[in-house]
Write a protein that binds this ligand. Sequence first.
Ligand SMILES: [Zn+2]
Length: 504
Amino acid sequence: MLDSDAFNRAVAKALVVLSFMTQLMGPVGAKEKPGAIAKPDAAVIECQRMLDAGKKEECEHQLADRLRIEPNNLDVRKLHAEALYQLGRFHYSVDELKVVLAARPCDVDANLLMGKALQSMHRPIKAVDSYEKFIALAPADQRTQQYKTLVRVLRDNNQTQGQQTAQSRAQAGNYLAAVASGAFAKWREPSAIRVYIKDGVGLEGYRPEFEEALRQAFDDWNESTNQKIGFIFITEPQTAQMTVTWTSDLHSPALKAEAGLAQTSYGADGIEKSEILLLTVDPFKDGPIGKNHLYNICLHEIGHALGLQGHSPHTEDIMGTTLYTQQGLSDRDVNTMLALYDSDRKDTADLPTTDEYGRPLSAAVKASHLSRAGSAAAAAGRYREAIDKLEAALKLNPADTVAQHNIAVAANNLAIDKATERDAAISLLHLALFWSQNDDAARQNLKSLLQATGNGKDAFALHLATADACLANKDRMGAIVEFREALAIKNDPAVRTKLAGMKE
Ligand SMILES: [Zn+2]
């Protein structure tokens, strides 16, 4: 049998490598004009001196100002990357280095700095790629030997750590049942969510390192889910799907509770927008929020914004109710996020039978699992599977309005696919109208099908005739729907009595 899980992993891995290569190579045509950097730049030399003298912030400000006027000056940008790196703003340093390397892929120092920044971001494998480029570009450089050794160490560590992580992660389980409720509570395309981060400069308590902590949190969700979750950082808010806003306003109780807040809006296809608010001041003591605490808050609020609506019952998870003791994402956090986004894959459609403590699931939780999986199948166009799961969900919980709505959508759409098989299509439309009496699309389709073979009978008579045919076939659901439809046309007492008799 084909191990499709392993196959999917292999494909995902191949894509990651490809996209990283693309980032490093940069777009075609972004090449620098020859001669543009030829003359020595007094300001760059001055900034380099400043940096050597430890005036990192001053240097960074000056270079940032200069880049606003002269965005294509790659020497300035490269030095800006160095200043950001020294300030511990590694993600921003990497952003700058990507621009530099897109135009100058063979820049020795830029490749080396990229390796150092990535290593500081705890991305050893990506760092090794950049170090190896540096080694290949500068074999005679006096630093090369030292980085060859470092590459070996990083590779070895990563191998042992990777094995340990995979093992402990597999044993950690997840808490999906506790945090996900609505059927469409996730992003339709989670691998490319457009994020806009509003600048917090000037707010009480705000420090530039907060933004680094925030970017690290986004990066950790991306990396730990094997790029299944991914973000594109944009500089204009108009097309953003997720926005992050810093605030020092302690008046909002919802915000104070966990020092951050994620507000999410849903559409028919899942999460459409998410707004994250983050406090720059500590709600429980005087002064700004500590960087590590803030990092945990960022991970937690991004977790909410990605669809983990509730909280983990385990205090050591980042999605636990209080944040202080956590050390970043736990294996269970990662497993839960992956389970949420895996649940619409056909090959993982087998639903859990026990909760995170190994206890059998209650009927209510089972119903909600089935409802969610069925709705996801419907959204993915797998109508037969959707109907099976949603019927099972409704058997356990007939009041599940999401399941009612989605089974009607799936049944109506499958009926359209099967329009040539008249009886099968009519049964499906009965199913749709049984669970969703207001589904006018299904009603219209049923009407057209009946009239097509109705020999000119009026609608009322057609519904009654079909109801009788259903009763003869012991199709109770079909008969109920047809009686209801007939009554909607004419409130006939005899039909009312027949329908009432069916509901026992
Ligand atoms: Zn929370």
